[in-house]
Write a protein that binds this ligand. Sequence first.
Ligand SMILES: [Zn+2]
Length: 210
Amino acid sequence: MNNTAQLHQLNPHAIALCALGRWIASRHWVPATGGNFSIRSGEHSALVTASGKDKGELSPQDLLPVSWQDGSLTCTGTPSAETALHARLYQLDPQIKAVLHTHSVQATVFSRIISEDSYLFQGYEMQKAISGNTTHTAACPLALFDNTQHIPELADKLSQRWQQQPLHWGLLVRGHGLYVWGRSLDEAKRHLEGWEFLINCELERLKLTR
Ligand SMILES: [Zn+2]
């Protein structure tokens, strides 16, 4: 085992992220090695899941160190293809400590039936799972972006949107999946479960009312 792997074995946040990966996989939100997760490890660095790994079978050495400075990314090994989006989120908000990206059926389908670039959730008690929401009567927006295989382009679109208004703890990539983040791993997990619940409810409601 090399020094990096030994360091990760001892990192309690890395161990917690692997356990969270098993919980997320048990909900079928990361099929076929899809999705990716990361935790911040410093002001300009994070640990990001390696490409092509089953997210239900992660061990700490599957989390690869990534750092960024002046717009360029430095990676060890082959981290997820979507690493640039994780790095951009950490750069946009220094408070972000964890980013989770999933490919659930409901988020993927919902993202394809909404053509707007933002969708307002309203009337759900579970909106309070998303930080900053204290009542079901407020509108809780979820941003949508078109999918692309060119992740730096998506990261730039995210930055442009963020400068107008910081996003609300999550975003959907159309036909692709959900990104959530938090100021801790626990908060990111709560945002993931909250957004998945809200998306599922709205998908069911739209099926009945369209
Ligand atoms: Zn993805």
